[in-house]
Design a protein around this ligand. Structure first.
Ligand SMILES: Cc1ncc(C[n+]2csc(CCOP(=O)(O)OP(=O)(O)O)c2C)c(N)n1
Ligand SMILES: [Mg+2]
Length: 328
């Protein structure tokens, strides 16, 4: 693994940012400050982090309803994210979109998406533009196991393969689509099997092992960037929280949840072990990074808390009709 210590510690910091942002969001949701639905990414941090660590400025990602991790890993401003969750005017969508509409096109973040399967065709379109413009940009299409049942998944996989588009389909197989266990929703337990139907190279990785994710993504992203077309990487993982915050969860075995929270399953302690064993960082240095991130999260909350709500006069600005007007 040819990663500098600096890069490894940046990846650790990103995982910390995601986890702490998500735990803070859970707390703020419970206290009534976060408005609307939130689906948390806790437990899956290695996938977004290990993937985005291979990207360069200008590359694209498409995201899902469980998008905070992807968006943070691609470099979004956590203050603007937090403000958006709190419904404040300083948020990414001026407080009117919430968790599932956060986007930052300047950073190549083509949007979280409340529509399951909504990201596939956007990703294919972005990758197609990259191919036509010959600008070497790659698009990552994050998606859940459940979304592989959508028609848009198969349409995008087919066209990406047929046209050799520079795209990597990153499947986050956390075993559930809401309450539907994967074995009740499809005949195979590996979504990667579906890539074979589109003659797409695929790989299955332990999605809680950040270095395995990073290596698989590096191969797939290099392939896309060098004109060898799309790939598919299935990352096996697990979500710690309910499908959404506040869900009266009663469909998963508590023992199963407990198992995935153990340090030998949890992607963060697993990476910490590697960093310490290989003398990349001491426990003190890792603790200092955690503290630094705690400060960032505090700042994000302060920013959200002190920001104003949009006024009622602005309730209808920046929505669909404005965009149509601007396009004219
Ligand atoms: C088109 C559409 N159908 C159904 C839903 C309701 N819904 C929201 S999330 C979800 C399950 C998604 O499961 P998966 O793709 O595995 O993602 P995960 O939540 O596990 O990350 C469903 C059915 C939706 N938002 N959009
Ligand atoms: Mg799922």
């Amino acid at each position: 693994m040819n990663l500098s210590n600096k890069k490894l510690l940046e990846m650790y910091e990103t995982m910390q940012k995601i986890r702490q942002f998500e735990f803070q969001t859970a707390k703020s949701f419970a206290e009534g400050d976060v408005l609307g639905f939130v689906h948390l990414y806790i437990g899956e941090e290695a996938i977004a982090t290990g993937t985005c660590a291979n990207l360069v400025d200008g590359d694209y990602i498409t995201s899902t309803h469980r998008g905070h991790g992807h968006i943070i890993a691609k470099g979004a401003d956590m203050k603007k994210m937090m403000a958006e969750l709190w419904g404040k005017e300083t948020g990414y969508c001026k407080g009117k979109g919430g968790s599932m509409h956060i986007a930052d096109t300047e950073l190549g973040i083509l949007g979280a998406n409340g529509i399951v399967g909504g990201g596939f065709t956007l990703a294919a379109g972005a990758a197609f533009s990259s191919m036509m413009l010959k600008n070497n940009k790659v698009c990552i299409c994050f998606h859940g196991d459940g979304s592989t049942a959508e028609g848009s998944y198969h349409e995008a996989m087919n066209i990406a393969s047929l046209w050799n588009l520079p795209i990597v389909f990153v499947n986050e197989n956390n075993l559930y689509a809401i309450s539907c266990r994967i074995t009740n929703g499809m005949k195979t337990e590996n979504t990667a099997d579906r890539a074979a139907a589109y003659s797409m190279p695929s790989e299955i990785v332990d999605g809680n092992d950040i270095l395995a994710v990073h290596q698989a993504m590096k191969n797939a992203i290099d392939r896309a960037r060098n004109g060898y077309g799309p790939s598919y990487v299935e990352c096996k993982t697990y979500r710690w929280r309910g499908h959404f915050e506040g869900e009266p969860e009663n469909y998963r075995n508590p023992e199963e949840i407990k198992l995935w929270k153990q340090p030998d399953h949890d992607p963060i302690p697993r990476f910490e072990e590697y960093l310490k064993e290989n003398r990349v960082a001491s426990q003190e240095e890792l603790t200092a990074i955690q503290e630094k991130v705690r400060g960032m999260i505090k700042e994000a909350v302060k920013f959200a808390a002190e920001s104003p709500f949009p006024t009622k006069e602005k309730a209808l600005t920046d929505v669909y009709t404005d965009i149509v007007e601007e396009a004219r």
